[in-house]
Design a protein around this ligand. Structure first.
Ligand code: GUN
Length: 291
């Protein structure tokens, strides 16, 4: 039987509608709508699409959004100056610096310059530390989206064997933390799962993946996960966004749909959830510093 499709697009719409309702309530109370400032440096076509989609989602949910599109030859000092201005602007609740940045700019320096209270990506070391210790201020958008996607699809994570393929700072590492942590009042979305993190250098990768009840692919290699790697009846989440001959494809081979019980599609799976969680974080940021 083909796998059930985990409908990220539909779930993201539900979350965005919840956010829109909350934003409308805040505005009716005389507050400013939450505002997101997106910073884009250069002309990376994929980044331009991501930022456009993020801003469109903001507008649909009633959030303010501003785009600061800087030329590719912007200096690190110029970018730092913009970040400092946005840090001070009371109408800006969230700051998103779209990655990757041009090579002559040190990403780490820029990400550390964003005030942690507006760091809706949760990339600042202070927010990473809070997440690590189980007191997240903001949950990073893609891992948060994966957890919400599972929860809202009634897929239990507690006690499950979860294998995460990929160890990036944006997805693999924070997702492993969030998935393994014990839920608490400070950390209600934690997964309570037993987590293995694997990557391209992992020995016996196929056997490890076969043990997963929930397999999450964030390795950045087109169609890396094949049907032979998946336990029949497993849930498979595809975080991959790859371009092959101009066509978008994930990290999971479509043949996995014949083995898995449930599978998130690319496009239309984790991508829209990531954007919904960015809005959620921006709303949260607005409640941290009321305007
Ligand atoms: N580039 C790829 N993914 C992301 C993300 O989640 N946030 C930002 N700011 N840049 C990215």
């Amino acid at each position: 039987m083909p796998a059930r499709k985990i409908e990220g697009i539909r779930l993201a719409k539900v979350i965005k509608a919840e956010i829109a309702l909350e934003v409308a309530r805040r505005v009716a109370d005389g507050k400013h709508p939450p505002g997101l400032a997106a910073v884009l440096v250069g002309e990376n076509p994929a980044s331009q699409v991501y930022v456009r989609n993020k801003r469109k989602a903001c507008e649909e949910a009633g959030l303010n959004s501003w785009l600061h599109h800087l030329p590719a030859d912007t200096t690190q000092e110029e970018l730092l100056k913009l970040v400092h201005t946005l840090n001070q602007d009371p109408k800006v609740n969230g700051i998103l610096v779209q990655l990757p940045l041009p090579k002559h700019i040190d990403e780490e320096t820029i990400l550390r310059a964003v005030t942690p209270l507006k760091d809706v990506d949760s990339f600042h070391p202070e927010n990473v530390g809070l997440l690590m210790t189980g007191h997240p201020r903001f949950m990073p958008c893609t891992p948060f989206g994966v957890l919400q996607m599972l929860k809202r699809s009634d897929i239990e994570t507690a006690g499950k064997r979860v294998v995460i393929l990929g160890r990036s700072n944006i997805v693999g590492k924070p997702l492993a933390l969030m998935m393994m942590q014990k839920p608490s009042d400070a950390n209600p979305h934690a997964g309570d799962a037993t987590v293995t993190v694997a990557h391209r250098g992992t020995k016996h990768l196929k056997e490890i993946c076969q043990q997963a009840e929930i397999l999450i692919a964030a390795i950045g290699v087109p169609n890396f996960v094949t049907a032979q790697m998946v336990q029949p009846g497993a849930v498979v989440i595809d975080v991959g966004i790859n371009s092959v001959n101009g066509k978008l494809c994930g990290d999971v081979d479509p043949e996995v749909g014949e083995v898995a019980a449930a599978l998130s599609p690319v496009p239309g799976g984790v991508g829209p959830m990531t954007i919904a969680m960015l809005l959620q974080n921006t709303l949260k940021a607005a409640t941290i510093h009321q305007t």
